[in-house]
Design a protein around this ligand. Structure first.
Ligand SMILES: Nc1ncnc2c1ncn2[C@@H]1O[C@H](COP(=O)(O)OP(=O)(O)OP(=O)(O)O)[C@@H](O)[C@H]1O
Length: 305
């Protein structure tokens, strides 16, 4: 196993022209090794998606992205122009989203879009790209793929559209797949099928995955390690087992408790976390000190209530 992605002290600030600057990511560290699945978990607005889009170089104008280090296979990502990101995006690193329609174009057939994606990165004939597209669609479990590949995204069900998006994200065999809440909009049975599909394809291709979710259940099922985010900070990180058996930070403990309660009482509301004094610590700090409580298990220092 070797290091694929390495981020040290990532800061992202949105500098809107009318509004005050908003410091959304405050010193995030994240490492992803080859063949590994790393989860990023945290409530809405904690900075999970902004971290992901920074890795992809997808940020809006007036966004400042700085880091002590941000490398992919040792190659520096900070300060790359959009043109320099182009060969990486969709090829070495790709992303899937909660809503497939953010990726799929409604006015082109699935075949057309798959072929265009391949040909943007590979110098192959149209026929070879068509063959590869069909193979990929079969691989993600679309039945009758020969006929369905000629259809438009709206002609697929939600779960099937998600499979098409996965096909598109994986067609160039990226080394890193970023999955941003890929199953949140789907019902439980389809969710499980999509997660199984992602893990099966990972076994086959050996790619690494960053799994972004607010659902700890998804983390337990799919990840090796997990990073817990809160208000733009990483508050705790470690192996899934370390976090599950031995969570230390009050935010992580709250998150675990609320999700366990949620399952017991079958409540569909988002968990409420009993915040303590650590919230004030975090609002004051731009970077938290991390302490290693056991090998590979890091916790942000906090003030006890
Ligand atoms: N382009 C932007 N301009 C200004 N603020 C932004 C922008 N994009 C995101 N933010 C803010 O940055 C913070 C982190 O957002 P982000 O989308 O990363 O959260 P998240 O953890 O992924 O939440 P969710 O689970 O709801 O997707 C939020 O407060 C959000 O409002």
């Amino acid at each position: 196993m070797s290091e694929l992605l390495r981020i040290k002290s990532l800061h992202v600030t949105f500098k809107g022209s009318h509004k005050q600057a908003f410091h959304a990511i405050k010193g995030v560290d994240l490492t992803v090794n080859t063949h590994e699945t790393v989860g990023i978990v945290g409530e809405s607005g904690s900075g999970k998606s902004v971290t992901a889009t920074s890795i992809m170089g997808l940020h809006s104008k007036n966004t400042e992205v700085i880091a002590d280090e941000m490398t992919f296979e040792g190659k520096n990502l900070i300060g790359l122009s959009q043109k320099e990101f182009q060969p990486l995006r969709g090829n070495d690193i790709s992303m899937i989203f909660q809503d497939p329609m953010t990726t799929l174009n409604p006015v082109f057939t699935v075949e057309n879009q798959l072929v265009e994606t391949v040909r943007a990165h590979r110098n192959i004939s149209k026929q070879a790209a068509k063959d590869l597209s069909l193979e990929m669609l079969e691989k993600v479990g679309i039945k009758d793929a020969k006929r369905r590949i000629k259809m438009y995204p709206y002609e697929f069900s939600g779960g099937m559209r998600q499979r098409v998006m996965i096909a598109m994200a994986l067609i160039c065999n990226p080394k890193l797949l970023i999955a941003d809440e890929p199953t949140t909009a789907l019902d439980v049975t389809i969710q499980a099928q999509i997660l199984t599909l992602l893990k099966d394809l990972q076994k086959e291709t050996g790619n690494s995955i960053i799994m972004i979710t607010h659902d700890l259940g998804v983390i337990w099922e799919t990840c090796d390690r997990v990073v817990v985010m809160f208000k733009g900070h990483v508050v705790e990180s470690g192996t899934v087992k370390q976090i599950y058996d031995n969570a230390v930070h009050p935010y992580t403990i709250g998150l675990l408790k609320s999700q366990i309660n949620q399952e017991t009482i079958k409540d569909t509301h988002l968990p409420t976390i009993p915040y303590g004094a650590f919230v004030q610590d975090m609002q004051q700090e731009t970077q938290l000190d991390m302490q290693e409580v056991e090998p590979g298990h890091l916790v942000a220092q906090f003030t006890q209530d």
